[in-house]
Design a protein around this ligand. Structure first.
Ligand SMILES: [Zn+2]
Length: 59
């Protein structure tokens, strides 16, 4: 019946408020848009969650 399975994976984009660097990582529970702040890996700034989206991949 189904030859292909579609799997949707949620991703989170974090952007540094200081240098603007973006990091794409898998969404994890507790991620909230524009709220979470973690330390930037390339400067001493803080990152903010810019975008949360789902991507479908064929398996
Ligand atoms: Zn930065």
């Amino acid at each position: 019946m189904f030859s292909k399975k579609k799997i949707t994976v949620a991703y989170t984009i974090e952007q540094c408020t200081k240098c603007g660097m973006q990091v794409k990582r898998k969404f994890k529970e507790g991620d909230v848009l524009f709220v979470n702040m973690t330390k930037c890996v390339s400067c001493d700034g803080l990152t903010m969650i810019e975008k949360i989206f789902g991507e479908s991949t064929d398996q």
